[in-house]
Design a protein around this ligand. Structure first.
Ligand code: SAM
Ligand code: SF4
Length: 351
C-alpha cells in the first residue's frame, strides 16, 4: 500500500503523526528498527573500520539535519519504534543535538519507543546530560581494550582517558551504558575476561562483535578474524554462562555470567546467521537505504525526498525498498584475494 496515488487512502493522524502503511518485508518480518548513520566522519581511525587517510563524502551529498529528521519521521510514521543514531561518530556532526532534540518529540508522543546511539564515547562529557534530557536512556559505547597504548594503536587517534571520562559522564547523567568490543585475534582476545569484569563490576553489559569484512582497510582481516564460538568456548572454561532470553531489539544473543551476575552478548554475523529475526534497515548519511548490512542492494531516498516537499514519493520509495529486503546476508572473508566481501565501510552504513 502506498499513499502516493490519488486512489490510495489518506494517512490517519494519530497523536499528530501520520500513520502510513506499516513495513512488512517479503518474509513476513516487520521492520521496526532503523539505524541511521548521521555522518561518515569520525575523530578516530579504528584499524578495522577505516584506513588512516579516509576520503570522506562531499558535504553536498550528505543529508541536512532537517532532511535526516524528515526521513526518520517518515519511518516512524511507518512503524519504526526504535531509532539508533550512528556513524562515523554521530556526536561529531555539527549541531547533532538539535536534531536529537527535535526527534525526541516522537518519544514524547509515544510513537517512538527508543532513541539511542552508538558512539566512540569521545564526546560524551559534552553531551551526556543533554542526551538524557532529550529522552535518550541507553547508549552503546565502543571500546576494544582497557590498555591505553593498545587503545591508541587500535583507534589511531583515540584517547582512552577521554573515553573513560565520557562513560563516567554518561552514567552520572543516568544513561545506561553498554560496551561493544570487537574481538580481534592477537590484539585484544586475551583481554576479554578483564573487560567483562570491568563492565560487570560497574553494572554494564558487554557485547562482543566479530570483525566483519566491510570496506578496504590498511591491514589484513584474515589475521584479525576471531570466531565468537571459539571465544565462548574459551570463556566457558572459567565462567558459568547461561543462555537468557534478554533482548535489546538488536542482533545480540545474551548470556548471564553466574559468577559476576552480569550479561555478555555475542553478535556473530560470521559464524551464526541471525537474519531470520532481522527487523532492521540502515540509512546512510546520504539517504541511501540498505535493507541488509551484508548485501549491496540499496534504495536512494534522497532523490524522492528532494523531489517534492510532500512525503508521497519518499513513502513510495521506502515501500518499494522494504519489498526487496533480502532473506539474509552472506559474509565471507576471502582468504585467497584478501578483499572485503562488501566494499563499503561500516562508517558509511553505520554499525
Ligand atoms: N563511531 C561509533 C562507534 O565506534 O561506536 C559508531 C559507528 S561504528 C562504525 C559502530 C560499531 O561498528 C562500533 O562498535 C565498531 O567497533 C563497529 N565496527 C566498525 N567496523 C567494523 C568491522 N569491520 N567489523 C565489525 N565491527 C565493526
Ligand atoms: Fe570511528 Fe567508530 Fe569507525 Fe572507530 S569504529 S573509526 S570510532 S566510526
Amino acid at each position: 500500500m502506498s499513499n502516493t496515488s490519488g486512489d490510495m487512502p489518506e494517512p490517519v493522524l494519530v497523536d499528530g503523526l501520520k500513520q502510513t502503511s506499516p513495513m512488512i518485508d517479503p518474509f513476513g518480518r516487520a521492520v521496526t528498527y532503523l539505524r541511521v548513520s548521521v555522518t561518515d566522519r569520525c575523530d578516530f581511525r579504528c584499524v578495522y573500520c577505516m584506513s588512516e587517510h579516509m576520503t570522506f563524502l562531499p558535504k553536498r551529498d550528505v543529508l541536512s539535519l532537517e532532511e535526516l529528521d524528515r526521513v526518520c519521521t517518515a519511518f516512524i510514521e511507518k512503524g519504526v519504534k526504535k531509532l539508533r543514531l550512528t556513524g562515523g561518530e554521530p556526536l561529531v556532526r555539527k549541531n547533532i543535538m538539535s536534531m536529537i532534540r527535535s526527534l525526541s518529540r516522537h518519544l514524547d508522543s509515544g510513537a517512538l519507543e527508543e532513541l539511542t546511539l552508538t558512539t566512540n564515547g569521545s564526546q560524551l562529557t559534552r553531551f551526556a546530560d543533554e542526551l538524557y534530557d532529550c529522552g535518550v536512556r541507553r547508549v552503546n559505547v565502543s571500546l576494544d581494550t582497557r590498555d591505553a597504548d593498545k587503545f591508541h594503536e587500535i583507534t589511531r587517534w583515540g584517547d582512552l582517558e577521554k573515553v573513560d571520562r565520557g562513560i563516567e559522564a554518561a552514567r552520572k547523567a543516568g544513561l545506561h551504558v553498554k560496551i561493544n568490543m570487537v574481538a580481534l585475534k592477537g590484539v585484544n582476545s586475551h583481554e576479554i575476561d578483564d573487560m567483562m569484569k570491568w563492565c560487570h563490576d560497574d553494572g554494564m553489559d558487554l557485547t562482543l562483535i566479530e570483525t566483519m569484512p566491510l570496506g578496504e582497510i590498511d591491514g589484513d582481516r584474515t589475521d584479525q578474524y576471531l570466531p565468537l564460538s571459539v571465544v565462548r568456548a574459551d570463556l566457558r572454561e572459567r565462567w558459568t554462562l547461561e543462555d537468557i532470553p534478554y533482548k535489546t531489539g538488536g542482533p545480540a544473543r545474551y548470556m548471564e555470567v553466574k559468577e559476576t551476575g552480569g550479561r555478555i552478548g555475542f553478535i556473530t554475523p560470521m559464524t551464526h546467521n541471525f537474519c531470520e529475526s532481522c527487523n532492521r534497515v540502515r540509512l546512510t548519511c546520504t539517504g541511501t537505504l540498505y535493507m541488509c548490512l551484508g548485501q549491496d542492494d540499496a534504495a536512494d531516498l534522497r532523490a524522492p525526498m528532494r523531489a517534492s516537499s510532500g512525503n508521497g514519493l519518499l513513502n513510495q520509495a521506502i515501500d518499494e525498498a522494504i519489498g526487496r529486503k533480502p532473506k539474509g546476508h552472506d559474509f565471507i572473508i576471502d582468504r585467497t584475494s584478501k578483499t572485503p566481501s562488501m566494499s563499503r565501510h561500516m562508517s558509511v552504513t553505520g554499525g
